[in-house]
Ligand binder design. Structure first.
Ligand code: TDX
Length: 321
């Protein structure tokens, strides 16, 4: 979360709610430049007790389906939490990079989202739009050195299996139905997680305060096309029959308020900061599938307990009928 003056040390402040997992950070936990703190961005006293000069706000409730079931945690973390970080940044005079999402723009019927596109959020998750407006207000009113990034759909290792790509991979490996919302023709714009991380790093070091940077890899695809591609690659890697896997595809009742299309124009971050996505989609997908196949223990520990309760509420009736 931060960088003291001489030697960069990162504090990772995380409440460890359902998707938080210290296993994901095993390879850096013994570094003397890294410190984990279990805590909430809504806890102002905790923030005041730490020494830092930059904040990266990755903290969010991020799953659209959960926001439809219960919006309250989204409003608390995404809006009240961001407000706390803005107050901290104002008092400290430190930089804040606010990691947001393309969802704040709503659905792109045509063309691409650019940084000037109107904010037309359609799901309670897109309470992120409210936090973006708060950031803007703190820049204008208090001169806070804040920058906003808005990224398209991420994928890669360690992604919590509620999101489409890991859900498809795990259900295919386990021989479970693969739920496709509506007609499967909703379009998403996919980017490998490490490309997103490099974009946030570029914005932290070279972004102009008060600016917004869209982040995307120009990689739009209808969901059903993505799912078929994934299943083909899974069949290849596991030596399974592709027909058997595509037989798991199950069209189910659509998501309420389902955005039809996201499509990001990354020209500004490319032109101004020299950032470019480096991972070709096919390579990223192949690597991601391999990771889930090789890390069964990681996900078997997750797809039990709270996750299965959520899964049943989310998919039980849809898959039965
Ligand atoms: O079971 C499913 N079946 C299905 O058809 C799930 C989980 C999803 N979908 C569809 C819905 C979307 O059109 O797949 C697409 C991707 O769904 P998600 O992985 O839930 O992502 P999305 O709703 O597009 O939101 C994502 O993009 C913006 C992230 O979850 C957000 O955190 C991000 O900010």
């Amino acid at each position: 979360m931060c960088c003291p003056r001489i030697r960069t040390t990162a504090f990772n402040l995380d409440r460890l709610t359902y998707a938080g997992n210290l296993e994901n950070l095993k390879d850096i936990e013994s570094s003397d430049r890294y410190e984990f703190i279990k805590g909430d961005i809504c806890d102002r006293k905790l923030l005041e007790s730490l020494e830092f000069d930059a904040i990266l706000n990755f903290a969010a409730e991020s799953h659209v389906d959960r926001s439809i079931l219960d919006a309250a945690p989204f409003l608390k973390t995404n809006i009240a939490g961001t407000h706390n970080l803005l107050e901290t940044a104002r008092q400290r005079g430190c930089t804040l990079v606010h990691v947001s999402t393309d969802e704040v723009y709503g659905s792109a019927e045509t063309g691409l989202f650019n940084e000037g596109s109107p904010l037309l959020p359609n799901s309670p998750y897109a309470s992120k739009a409210s936090s973006d407006l708060l950031v803007r207000a703190y820049v204008e009113t208090h001169g806070v050195r804040a920058v906003i990034t808005r990224c398209s759909n991420n994928y890669g290792p360690y992604q919590f299996p509620e999101k489409l790509i890991p859900l498809v991979i795990l259900n295919a490996i386990s021989g479970k139905p693969i739920p496709v919302y509506g007609d499967g023709m909703n379009v998403r714009d996919w980017i490998y997680v490490e490309d997103h991380c490099r974009a946030v790093d570029a914005v932290l070091h070279r972004g102009r305060p008060g600016e917004i940077y869209n982040v995307g890899a120009r990689n739009e695809m209808p969901n059903i096309e993505l799912i078929r591609l994934l299943l083909g690659k899974i069949a290849e890697q596991l030596g399974m029959s592709e027909d058997r896997l595509t037989g798991l595809i199950t069209f189910v009742k659509d998501r309420q308020g389902h955005d039809r299309r996201y499509a990001i124009d990354p020209a500004k971050i490319e032109g101004e900061l020299g950032w470019r996505p480096e991972t070709a989609f096919e390579d990223g997908i192949t690597r991601t599938i391999r990771w889930y196949i090789d890390n069964r223990k990681w996900w078997e520990g997750i797809i039990s307990g709270e996750y299965m309760k959520y899964y049943d509420v989310q998919y039980g009736e849809r898959l039965r009928g």
